[in-house]
Design a protein around this ligand. Structure first.
Ligand code: GLY
Ligand code: MN
Ligand code: MN
Length: 481
């Protein structure tokens, strides 16, 4: 008897240990979050309406190899599902069919052990019910004959259909099939925008209004993404040297992201030395030596779907030259003054105008422009945007609200051969921070990465763990790699 008790205790503790030590992250958005988001969507929907949300398609990397799958952020937001070939239907009013009552239906990718051996586990209908807490879940193949009478709805609301969806041979329930079956059932012709029954505008409006204000659960993940990105920036400040390549520096950032469990980058990393920094979304990152120039690093980690967007500009050799510092200080001042306006109720426009005025005034004083109207040549982008499940996240309101997370990112970019003194050529500075809007002020989420010119120089003088990390020179190839 005693032996049996010991065996039982043993088995119990082993299973408890293996349960507790699943070696998987335990901080995904909870299923209650997604259910609450679907309820909030339902509250916003007009009477007699249905919303359809499709997954993103898998996308080709090369031949028969696909990019790592990235879900449609809307579908992820409302379900937590991270697989392709799915359709969510949310109904305003309760529906019933053959004794089944529902106000949402979810069609997902069917389990298939043969394919799962190649591409990994699928949740399947039972997994979705259990893990994501959605009740009415069906295999995609069941959608075609599912008797939904779409003509009975006053409004059918959906996003524009992606135009790069492949019909997979031999599969009758892939995304292309789901979209085509939905279009047939709902009577969506190519010129559907002329029929008021269909609305993509409402889709954009409702999903933006929800996603632009972050919940506490979302903030946990966004804070983490921003913190990870800042640690990357800070470590690179310590490690950067003139003889490093842009790609190597990109790798250091992205290594730090991975070290902390970030699955993705939120956007292709921008690491541009000198003139390369003048290309706003520079992603070639192929300069083999960053040299003595300014190094613009716009790099954001994506953690469980949420992405940071942080830019730091540093002197690659550890010390700002006078012209570099003058431009840096001007961008810093524009950012500081914009920060001061950040609070609930402030308009995007007033923030943008403030930063633009300061930059225009400063460029004029430095003799880089002769008229403030020319400032747009060197500061050609807006001041900021929402971040969240998209790096340029959905937003709807012209004024800031408590709970929004936005970037403040002024910049000055003076390409080689610009009509100004040569000493300014190739100087590109962007300082980009992520902030949470509060009722009376804001929280600087990205404060961990130094912003002041002096603080950056101090940080760059510190020793890096990577100083002693050396690898052998390649036997093949040129340029010292
Ligand atoms: N990283 C892109 C942007 O700053 O908007
Ligand atoms: Mn940005
Ligand atoms: Mn950015």
């Amino acid at each position: 008897m005693l032996l049996r008790v010991f065996i039982l205790i043993g088995v119990f503790s082993i299973s408890l240990i293996s349960f507790c030590q699943s070696d998987l992250p335990d901080d995904y958005l909870p299923k209650e979050f997604h259910a609450a988001r679907r309820d909030s969507l339902r509250n916003r929907m007009p009477t007699g309406s249905v919303v359809a949300i499709f997954s993103f398609p898998p996308r080709t990397f090369s031949n028969d190899v696909q990019y790592v799958y990235h879900q449609n952020p809307d579908l992820y937001y409302f379900t937590g599902y991270n697989e392709p070939h799915a359709l969510l239907l949310v109904f305003k009013e309760p529906q019933s069919l053959n004794g089944m009552n529902y106000n949402e239906l979810f069609f997902v990718q069917q389990k298939n052990p043969g394919q799962e051996q190649w591409t990994g586990k699928r949740l399947g209908t039972e997994g979705v019910k259990k893990q994501l807490g959605i009740t009415n879940v069906f295999n995609g193949a069941e959608f075609n004959n599912f008797p939904i009478n779409f003509s009975g709805f006053d409004k059918i609301i959906f996003d524009y259909f992606p135009d790069d969806v492949a019909n997979e041979p031999g599969d009758k329930a892939d995304l292309a099939d789901l979209i085509s079956q939905f279009r047939t059932k709902a009577g969506i012709t190519p010129d559907f925008t002329k029929d008021k029954k269909f609305s993509t505008g409402l889709y954009m409006q409702m999903t933006s209004a929800l996603r632009e204000v972050k919940t506490d659960e979302e903030m946990n993940l966004l804070r983490k993404a921003v913190e990870i990105s800042c640690i990357g920036q800070l470590e690179v400040m310590k490690a950067a040297r003139a003889d490093m390549s842009e790609r190597e520096i990109q790798g250091l950032h992205e290594y730090v992201h991975k070290k902390y469990g970030a699955e993705n980058i939120g956007y292709p990393s921008i690491v541009g030395a000198g003139n390369n920094g003048c290309v706003l979304h520079y992603i070639d990152n192929n300069k083999t030596r960053v040299g003595q120039q300014l190094l613009l690093m716009d790099v954001g980690a994506e953690y469980h779907g949420y992405t940071a967007d942080v830019t730091r500009t540093i002197p690659a050799n550890g010390k700002f030259s006078d012209p570099q510092r003058q431009i840096y200080e001007l961008v810093y001042q524009a950012q500081e003054e914009a920060f001061k306006l950040c609070r609930e109720g402030a308009s995007w426009q007033e923030l943008g105008t403030k930063a633009r005025d300061i930059i225009a005034e400063g460029l004029l004083k430095l003799g880089i422009i002769r008229d403030k109207k020319e400032a747009g040549k060197y500061y050609p982008h807006g001041l900021g945007h929402h971040i969240g499940l998209d790096v340029h996240d959905k937003g709807f309101s012209s004024r800031l609200k408590k709970g929004m997370v936005i970037t403040i990112e002024p910049g000055i970019y003076i390409p080689d051969d610009s009509p100004c003194d040569k000493k300014w050529w190739g100087i590109a500075v962007r300082i980009e921070d992520d902030i949470l809007i509060r009722e009376k002020d804001y929280e600087l989420l990205s404060s961990f990465a130094p912003r002041k010119a002096d603080d950056i120089e101090k940080m760059m003088a510190e020793k890096s763990a990577l100083d002693d990390f050396t690898l052998p020179k390649l036997k093949s190839g040129k340029k010292g790699f």
